[in-house]
Design a protein around this ligand. Structure first.
Ligand SMILES: Cc1cc2nc3c(=O)[nH]c(=O)nc-3n(C[C@H](O)[C@H](O)[C@H](O)COP(=O)(O)OP(=O)(O)OC[C@H]3O[C@@H](n4cnc5c(N)ncnc54)[C@H](O)[C@@H]3O)c2cc1C
Length: 401
């Protein structure tokens, strides 16, 4: 089996190796150098449907017990999180999420107020407390842990070795060609993040995702930020906050997101070339300036960003590629690929190694979308991005599909 390599594939590779399969992970740059290494590290138990809730909660469990099943320690912050609504409309939305999430097994509770050093509530917010939520302080620690566990369980890791071809023989995928060698494999998993469409295209397959920029910042250490504070998600502002390195991490979802398609960029394009715009984050943090002054009033020590792979329905694109036996897709992370990777990888590995889809996984099948123009793909992906916390704005247009 063969892969390209961010966190989703490290997890899939690790679970396949644990199942006794022979695995080669092939990476164009170095492990975790692209989207996975830039993540905020947040895990969120409240999700928009039952399957995603199950996967998100399973991932939290797998992260907390990582040392037990993978044999490598993984530091996690069991912080919990607050979901905050400051408008009547968003209050209604959170009430619905509360009822849904509970019916799907998540532990979510109404809270009288937030209890955070860095966020002073106005007093009329509607607040949910999600005790199951966790974060990983530095995303590199999960990547390092997966990489070490892969090696420990026998997976071969090839960095700085781009995949340049996917040979097809007798109607099925026969392996990959890298810049330096052919690698024969009965199963190839394309988990190339923002490049997933280009890699699938090497075998003539199409994947329905649109890469979209996402950014965050970390402030200098600030007064009123307690490292033990929980995560806060202010849904009407589409902003998330958490303690980071003594300061605050601030990220969010702008209403006019930027699509960035690596296919239309020079071949050398990497995450380092994604254009960053601090003004976007300033606008977002400005929306919570009254409650979280440190978010906008503290100097910034790090500003980073990368690509989300947005799908037309906001759900993962994971499973066998239609009409091409041997090729598997692991993408469409829609901004949850860091946190859900442990469960998605586990489920995909079970499907690959047993030839039987785990419960619900066929809902994520790459073949579920009909033909879509590139314009329709991008406009739906942008809609999903802009409504990440707030799916209240009406259905995306389908007129251009
Ligand atoms: C700023 C930011 C914050 C985020 N915060 C969170 C968060 O808090 N929680 C969360 O769940 N998610 C978060 N995400 C999303 C998360 O990071 C992604 O969903 C996840 O990392 C996607 O992983 P991936 O493996 O698909 O992609 P990547 O990590 O980008 O990996 C893809 C890999 O494929 C390699 N590749 C590409 N082409 C080839 C080729 N031809 N040959 C070989 N290798 C190739 C690339 O070099 C890359 O290493 C965030 C993302 C960003 C940018």
């Amino acid at each position: 089996m063969s892969w390209s390599s961010g966190l989703v594939r490290w997890s899939t590779a690790l679970h396949c190796a644990l199942a006794g399969r022979s695995v080669v992970v092939v990476e164009r740059h170095t492990a975790g150098s692209q989207a996975s290494g830039r993540a905020a590290g947040l895990f969120k138990s409240v999700q928009a449907d039952e399957l995603r809730t199950r996967l998100a909660r399973r991932s939290i469990t797998r992260a907390l017990t990582f040392a037990d099943w993978a044999g490598v320690p993984l530091p996690t912050a069991r912080s919990g999180s607050f979901l905050i609504a400051r408008t009547a409309q968003h209050r209604e939305y959170l009430c619905r999420e509360l009822a849904q999430s509970r019916s799907w097994g998540a532990d979510v509770r109404e809270a009288p107020r937030t209890e955070l050093s860095y966020y002073q509530p106005a007093g009329d917010e509607y607040v949910l407390w999600c005790p199951e939520d966790v974060y990983i302080e530095e995303p590199a620690s999960l990547i390092r842990a997966c990489l070490a566990a892969c090696r420990r369980h026998g997976a071969v890791v090839a960095e700085n070795e781009p995949v340049v071809g996917i040979p097809v023989s007798g109607g099925r995928v026969a392996g990959v060609e890298t810049e330096s060698r052919p690698i024969a494999a009965p199963v190839v998993v394309d988990a190339a993040g923002g490049w997933v469409r280009q890699v699938a295209g090497l075998a003539g397959a199409r994947v329905a995702v649109a890469p979209v920029r996402h950014q965050l910042l970390i402030t200098e250490p600030a007064e009123h930020v307690n490292p033990a504070d929980a995560i806060a998600r202010v849904v009407d502002a589409a902003v998330y906050l958490r303690p980071a390195r003594g300061g605050l991490m601030v990220g969010g979802f702008e209403p006019g997101p930027l699509p960035v398609d690596p296919e239309r960029q020079p071949a050398s394009f990497s995450t380092d070339d994604v254009p960053l715009d601090l003004g976007v984050l300033r606008d977002l943090s400005g929306q919570v300036a009254a409650e979280a002054p440190a978010a906008s009033g503290t100097p910034v020590t790090e500003h980073r960003g990368g690509l989300f792979t947005m799908s037309p329905d906001g759900r993962f694109v994971a499973g066998p590629a239609p009409d091409l036996p041997g090729l598997w897709i692991a993408s469409g992370c829609n901004g949850s690929g860091f946190s859900s990777s442990l469960a998605i990888g586990e489920a995909l590995a079970a499907w690959i190694t047993s030839d039987t889809p785990p419960p619900g996984m066929t809902e994520l099948s790459p073949g579920r979308f009909g033909p879509l123009t590139d314009n329709a793909l991008v406009s739906r992906g942008l809609w999903q991005y802009a409504h990440y916390y707030d799916p209240l704005g009406g259905a995306p247009s389908t007129s251009d599909s």
